[in-house]
Design a protein around this ligand. Structure first.
Ligand code: 0O2
Length: 239
């Protein structure tokens, strides 16, 4: 029978390799769930909310850096307890509306527990950073137990991802000490990204509306043909 370990790993899990294996398995679990949700959405609505998915395991250096930043010792138990994004998944979609749609679908999965949400879309960071973050746990089913494992899910548009990738590179290059004029430029670019997202969403909604109207015109055209055929049949009955 499977033993269910709540909130992390049992005391017996002490090796780095085992830990990484479990975090990797959690990424696979979430990836599969997302693929199924995306396929189902396409099947029902003839539309793909997810453009693509990226996943990664945080490097040991980044884990140690984050623990140090928070004034904690670099121990395995601290890492499990305090580092929420050892397993990270980034979902990239076309439109802002897709972000909330995907977040809702994730939240409704019965075996996924949402621990925390950070909505940097409604409340962007001062840097201009926009993204929707969810910290969740997903059960990883092993031969003798189930391990609830933390995964950070970041959901953002293609435009937001473009901005965040460049900003991350700049931040890394200047080791956090980014010159003021570059920071100002990045904030300006973030505004342009937000404008672009709003305009693209509006454009898409207009196109969808036109498609809906087109379909109803076609339908009424079809009905008109059927009506004319029925009238003709009444005028010229075969028998
Ligand atoms: P990397 O290299 O992407 O892994 P918490 O994780 O909740 O304990 P934290 O780190 O303050 O605390 O959480 P937050 O703000 O949700 O940020 C987590 C991740 O979001 C970061 O991980 C980045 O991936 C991304 N992020 C947050 N703010 C910014 C930003 O201003 N610019 C960019 N480009 N990305 C950001 P890491 O570990 O910092 O980096």
């Amino acid at each position: 029978m499977l033993q269910h370990t709540q909130g992390g790993f049992g005391e017996d899990v002490d090796s780095w390799k085992t830990l990484m294996f479990i975090y990797n398995s959690a990424l696979k679990e979430v990836n599969t769930k997302l693929e199924i949700l995306n396929d189902e959405f396409k099947h029902v609505h003839q539309y793909n909310p997810i453009e693509y998915i990226k996943s990664r395991i945080k490097s040991p250096e980044s884990i140690v850096k984050k623990l140090k930043r928070d004034g904690r010792e670099s121990t395995i138990s601290n890492m499990i307890k305090y580092i929420n994004d050892i397993a990270g998944i980034r979902i990239i979609c076309s439109f802002t509306s897709d972000i909330y749609r995907i977040a809702d679908m994730i939240g409704e999965q019965v075996d996924i527990k949402v621990l925390a949400v950070k909505d940097y879309i409604t409340f962007p960071k001062a840097s201009g950073y926009k993204s929707y973050h969810m910290i969740v746990t997903v059960p990883v089913f092993l031969s003798d137990r189930t391990v609830d494992t933390k995964v950070e899910i970041q959901i953002r548009t293609v435009a937001m991802d473009f901005w965040a990738s460049l900003e991350h590179k700049i931040h890394y290059k200047f080791e956090g000490d980014v010159p003021e004029y570059i920071k100002t430029e990045l904030v300006e670019c973030a505004k342009m990204v937000s404008d672009l997202d709003i305009r693209m969403l509006k454009l898409n909604e207009e196109i969808l509306e036109m498609a809906r109207e087109g379909a109803s015109v076609m339908l009424s055209g079809h009905n008109a043909d059927r009506l004319a055929a029925a009238q003709a049949a009444l005028k010229h009955p075969r028998n």
